[in-house]
Design a protein around this ligand. Sequence first.
Ligand SMILES: Nc1ncnc2c1ncn2[C@@H]1O[C@H](COP(=O)(O)OP(=O)(O)OP(=O)(O)O)[C@@H](O)[C@H]1O
Length: 286
Amino acid sequence: MTKDDTPESHGFSIALGGRRHGRPSPSLDNPVFQIADLDVWYGDHQAVRDVTLTVGSRQITSMIGPSGCGKSTVIRCLNRMNDLIPGARVTGKVAYYGESLYDAEVDPIEVRRRIGMVFQKPNPFPKSVYDNVAYGPRVNGVKGNLDDLVEEALTGAALWDEVKDKLKASALALSGGQQQRLCIARAIAVKPEVILMDEPCSALDPIATAKIEDLMAELASQFTIVIVTHNMQQAARISDYTAFFTADVDEEGVRHGRLAEYDTTVTIFENPADQRTEDYITGRFG
Ligand SMILES: Nc1ncnc2c1ncn2[C@@H]1O[C@H](COP(=O)(O)OP(=O)(O)OP(=O)(O)O)[C@@H](O)[C@H]1O
């Protein structure tokens, strides 16, 4: 792609910033995560090599790239979810507001309270709508009437109007899109600083996806959001920064994920520096 060539000219229409209306300009002035020389192994397999990137406060940061290049592995490093995978090992630096997340004295439970996560498949607990949202605050010792907190979180997740009359109904009776917004409500009910989302829309239809994308733009005024997505248009529409991952194959034929390019979403989609990024976003690879 030449400098004055647009993504549309490749027959691949990307609504850059389509859901960023009213958002401030992208900025890394206030770093939340500073990742440097990150390597991740599963047993003997080095799944990710040498990732260095900074995530800015109240930015939406997308991680894109072909399957198996380590996007989920890297996002799981941001709240120590890889600790829960037997054989997973992380080296390098993951600093959160300047402090290493992997220091021995850091409590991973507290890390996951401050850095929440929403997964690919909506995973509400088999409890009522209300109890799903109240669960985290109760576990964290919040006592008494949680009605206001539950309403606030459901409102924040753009779900309140749809569920306010069925708070006692099972969460499993909600639609997939509603369940995913409930999972977002459950995440924000514990008042995290960051929300990590690993392909949060891949199980949803386009209407439910659009609602989640609108919601992300809203949430980004209060939270830092990092999202793994297979959907390049989604990354283009919603995010401030985009990290493009790819995989190198070593001399023994083993694939290792790498960060190929990281920049503002506009630069990644309109004027990427790396040929591999350009090939991927124009559909020539991946
Ligand atoms: N729990 C695990 N145990 C062992 N290997 C794993 C595990 N999770 C991921 N891997 C390996 O790590 C590499 C990166 O996988 P990862 O899921 O992070 O990639 P991804 O880019 O998120 O892929 P996708 O887009 O398909 O979800 C792959 O080789 C994968 O097989």
